[in-house]
Design a protein. Structure first.
Length: 272
C-alpha cells in the first residue's frame, strides 16, 4: 500500500456537520486541465489531521480527509500528485498481478521464514473438531488439525503461529541490537500492520510487523536499526539519517529495496 500526505485547508464548521464518518461512493473519471482524474473514494476521519492519499489492491485510490474538509479541493490535490499516483498505481498493478497468479494457492504447503533461514512443511489433518489448531512437530513440520475445509480458519491458525514465532525471534533480535548499540527501548510488540514494517512511538514502544519474518535477514536488520534510531531521533531529519548511517552504512540501498519487500510475503497472508 502506498500513501501520501497533503496539507489541509478547512471550511467552516458547518461542513463538519454535513460530512459524517462514511465512505463516499467512488468518483468517476473526468477531465481536469488535460489531466484525467482517476476514480477514487473519499473517507472522512475524525482522527485525520491531514489529507492522506492511499492506493491499495483492495480499494484502489482512497482519499482520507479530516472532518470539515472541503471535498471540492480533492481534484486539485490529485492533479498535483499525479506523478506520485502514477508510480503508486504501477506498483499496485504489479502487486495485483502477483495476487491473481497466486490465487490458486489457497492453503500453503510450506512456509519459508527467510529472515531466520527456516523452511517449514505443512500437513493438513481433518478431524471432527469444529476448530483449527497447529500441532508443532520436529523436523521443521507443522500439522494443521481440525475442520480444514474452512480455508480461512486454517490460514488464520497459521497466521497466529507465525505471529508467535515473530514474538520469539524478532523481539530477541531487537533486544540484541539494542544491547550492542546501547539504544534502549521501553517495550516491543508484534503486530500485523498493513502499511508499515515497524514503528516507534514517543514512549519508545517499538511495534514490529510479523511479516518481517519473510524478508531477507539484511532487510530485517535494517528495519530494526531504523526503529532503534528513532529512540534518539523521533523524526526523519538529516540528523536521523546521519545517525542511521553510522550504524548501517548501506541504509540507502536497504531502504530502497524495502519498498519492494512485499514480494517476499505470501499473498494468502496479505488477504487476511
Amino acid at each position: 500500500m502506498s500513501q501520501e500526505f497533503y496539507p489541509v485547508r478547512r471550511k467552516a464548521s458547518k461542513m463538519a456537520f454535513e460530512l459524517k464518518e462514511v465512505v463516499v461512493q467512488p468518483r468517476q473519471p473526468e477531465q481536469l486541465e488535460e489531466f484525467t482524474l482517476p476514480s477514487y473514494s473519499v473517507r472522512v476521519s475524525s482522527r485525520a489531521k491531514y489529507v492522506r492519499l492511499k492506493v491499495s489492491v483492495e480499494r484502489g485510490i482512497e482519499v482520507i480527509v479530516p472532518q470539515g474538509f472541503d471535498p471540492a479541493q480533492i481534484p486539485e490535490i490529485l492533479q498535483k500528485k499525479q506523478k506520485w499516483l502514477k508510480s503508486a498505481e504501477d506498483r499496485i498493478a504489479q502487486h495485483r498481478e502477483f495476487f491473481v497468479a497466486d490465487s490458486s494457492t489457497r492453503l500453503p504447503e510450506a512456509l519459508f521464514l527467510q529472515s531466520m533461514g527456516e523452511q517449514w512443511t505443512i500437513q493438513y489433518q481433518g478431524t471432527l473438531s469444529s476448530r483449527v489448531s497447529i500441532a508443532f512437530q520436529s523436523n521443521s513440520r507443522l500439522i494443521v488439525r481440525g475442520f480444514i475445509e474452512d480455508e480461512t480458519a486454517c490460514q488464520l491458525a497459521l497466521k497466529r503461529w507465525i505471529m508467535g514465532r515473530a514474538q520469539e525471534c524478532l523481539v530477541s533480535w531487537l533486544q540484541k541490537l539494542s544491547e550492542i548499540h546501547g539504544l534502549s527501548f521501553e517495550k516491543a510488540v508484534v503486530r500485523g500492520q498493513k502499511t508499515c514494517w515497524a514503528s516507534c512511538s514517543h514512549r519508545k514502544t517499538i511495534s514490529l510487523n510479523y511479516k518481517l519474518l519473510f524478508l531477507p535477514p539484511h532487510l530485517v536488520h535494517y528495519v530494526l536499526i531504523h526503529e532503534l534510531s528513532h529512540t534518539v531521533h523521533l523524526n526523519h531529519s538529516r540528523q536521523f539519517w546521519g545517525f542511521v548511517g553510522t550504524l548501517e552504512p548501506d541504509y540507502k540501498a536497504a531502504d530502497q529495496e524495502l519498498k519492494e519487500a512485499w514480494r517476499y510475503v505470501p499473498p494468502w497472508i496479505e488477504r487476511l
